[in-house]
Ligand binder design. Structure first.
Ligand code: M6R
Length: 589
């Protein structure tokens, strides 16, 4: 969602701010802006649309203290007046999160004669700072404002009365990172914005604020007590946030999977996990589907029960949880719904295992045991390598808990086949481009699969709809006759995930039912499956080499649905790394 950047230095900061904004672009945004202190005066420049729009007519700022923001509209449309930074008299503010009491504050401020120019909740923060100018002590002034704000927020503030610093603050779910580099101090809504600039980084804890100068940073708690923040070496390398020779980050990230999915050594699990017989998995979107695959792994290999829960629904119903382990799955580690679900699980005395890609994220800091999924930085909004690494983490967990040594060995042997199978698929990407050219003509696509492949059908449909804006929906193949078959006609194609396994013949019968109703079929299968089609002639076919262990077909299937969605969006000329309306890191509920 929205991205915050800030930079205080001894030289001009505008280039550093723009670089930072480019690095948070992946989070998704619809407008952007910067504010800089120029010769003692706050100057602001904002624009709707991509950063390129902000860059046109960008004044030649020379100031050494500045903040910037990419906005994903929540309160108020994507219009320039709603873009951040928001200003009050002598103040400018960028903000992530939601000020829950902004209506009441706005009313009070309006009574004092203050005119509002935007529809946002953020603007109240700027005016509160403006109305606190009588407080000459900076600490008193900041606390005066912070204590009036309810909700979750991360902010960076410029004050005309304090021209050599940026004020930063965090409360609740919205993360904020501070970086120290050779040229000064930085602030950012995540580590990406600090990659390539800050050598050391620290996350602001809940209810912490601070003042960043060019050569020092001082932090305080909500009572005004000074507090120490641990800075550690920046784990993010600059090249991780660059596209290299790829046309899109998404394609780079799809390709990286062939090198990532391999035997890593099984985790040494804590006793709480080894002894648990009841697991609950929590996640949203793609992370939820990875957990769905994890359910198969955990039940088949480790013989443990896994209860699947959408994190966005979970805590609202106050679920009852038997003693056990909750596994929270998240790429960003910042998803507000998943963070809330984590906190609820903790409140129910669950032992919490985090399968998180961003090891220093807010959720990572909450869990009892962290299994970093190790996908590396994922920039494309559509999750690809993060999904496969979440699936691999579930496999590793399940194998570590598996007491059937021969079964474990068979799976590990089959895992060795995966990199070459994935490379083979990637080398034949053009075949997906051909299928995608046909699929892109349709308004609606059904994805079908059985068992493990049902989870992949759901993931494939999510990928297709988020990237191509074609309505796509996943169904369990066995459910077809219970309703969705009514949709089938020549205008409603089905994408089917059906490599050869114990349920193949059942899925084949479903495909004949589709064929009998003139539904176009696009089949993703393996060589054994393709050889067993019994006269079925799909409109499109992609076949990958058969694997020793059918459980691992999830990996080639994942890459296939990703490439299909990628090429469909490419064919339609859409924004692949930042699909409309979506954000990489969903930090509001
Ligand atoms: O960062 P998280 O894994 O917690 O994100 C969860 C979902 O928002 C995410 O997987 C989303 O569904 C993806 N954009 C799908 O490609």
């Amino acid at each position: 969602m929205c991205g915050i950047v800030g930079f205080v230095s001894s030289g001009p900061v505008i280039d550093g701010l723009i670089q930072g904004l480019k690095k948070v672009e992946y989070r998704g945004y619809d407008s952007a802006g910067v504010a800089i202190i120029e010769q003692g005066i706050i100057k602001r420049h904002r624009a709707v649309g991509p950063l390129a729009a902000l860059m046109t007519e960008l004044p030649p700022f020379q100031g050494t203290v500045g903040i910037g923001h990419t906005r994903w509209a929540t309160h108020g449309r994507a219009e320039e007046k709603n873009a951040h930074p928001h200003c009050g008299k002598g103040t400018a503010v960028v903000h992530n999160g939601i000020i829950e009491n902004f209506q009441a504050l706005k009313k009070d401020l309006s009574f004092q004669g203050i005119q509002f120019e935007s529809d946002t909740d953020t603007e109240v923060i700027a005016h509160l700072f403006a109305t606190s100018e009588h407080l000459t002590n900076l600490q008193e002034r900041v606390l005066f404002v912070l204590k009036q704000l309810k909700g979750n927020f991360a902010i960076a503030v410029l004050l005309q009365d304090c021209t050599d610093c940026i004020i930063v603050a965090r409360k609740g779910l919205s993360p904020l990172a501070v970086g120290q580099g050779k040229e000064g101090f930085y602030v950012g809504s995540d580590l990406s914005s600090l990659s390539g600039s800050a050598q050391k980084v620290a996350f602001l804890e809940d209810e912490t604020w601070g003042v960043l100068y060019k050569d020092q940073a001082i932090f305080y708690d909500w009572t005004g007590q000074e507090k120490h923040l641990n800075f550690y070496p920046n784990p993010l390398q600059a090249q991780e946030t660059e596209k290299g020779d790829f046309q899109h980050f998404m394609l780079k990230e799809i390709y990286q999977q062939a090198d990532l999915v391999r035997i890593q050594g099984l985790p040494a699990l804590p006793a709480e996990v080894c002894q648990a017989s009841f697991f609950t998995a929590l996640g949203c979107g793609t992370a939820f589907y990875a957990a769905w695959v994890g359910k198969f792994f955990l039940e088949r290999l480790a013989k443990r029960f896994l209860n699947l829960e959408l994190a966005s629904e979970f805590h609202y119903r106050n679920p009852i949880l038997p003693d056990g382990v909750s596994i929270v799955v998240s790429q960003s580690g910042e998803t507000a719904d998943t963070l809330k679900a984590t906190l609820y699980a903790k409140s129910q005395q669950q032992y919490v295992l985090g399968m998180i890609n961003a090891p220093h994220s807010s959720i990572s800091r909450q869990v009892d045991y962290l299994m970093p999924t190790g996908a590396g930085t994922e920039i494309g909004v559509a999750s690809t390598k993060a999904f496969t690494m979440q699936v691999l983490s579930f496999l590793n967990l399940s194998l570590a808990l598996c007491s059937d040594a021969p079964l474990r060995q068979t799976v590990l042997d089959s895992l060795k086949e995966i990199p070459s199978v994935l490379k083979d698929i990637i080398q034949r990407s053009h075949e997906f481009a051909q299928i995608a050219a046909v699929l892109s003509q349709y308004q609606s696509i059904l994805y079908l699969g059985r068992g493990l492949h049902y989870a992949l059908a759901l993931e494939g449909a999510l990928k297709m709809s988020e990237l191509s804006y074609i309505h796509a929906q996943g169904f369990a193949a066995g459910e077809l006759k219970h309703g969705p078959l009514a949709l089938i006609d020549p205008q409603h194609p089905v994408v089917v995930l059906a490599p050869w396994d114990e349920s193949f013949s059942k899925t084949l019968s479903n495909l004949h039912e589709v064929k009998a109703r003139n539904g176009p079929i696009f089949l993703i299968t393996d060589t054994k499956g393709a050889a067993s089609l019994e006269g079925l002639k799909p409109e499109g076919l992609f076949m990958y080499p058969s694997l020793q262990e059918p459980l691992l077909q999830v990996f080639p299937n994942a890459i296939c649905v990703q490439l299909l969605a990628y090429y469909t969006a490419l064919h339609k000329g859409l924004s692949i790394d930042q699909p409309r309306n979506l954000s990489k890191s969903v930090t509001v509920e």
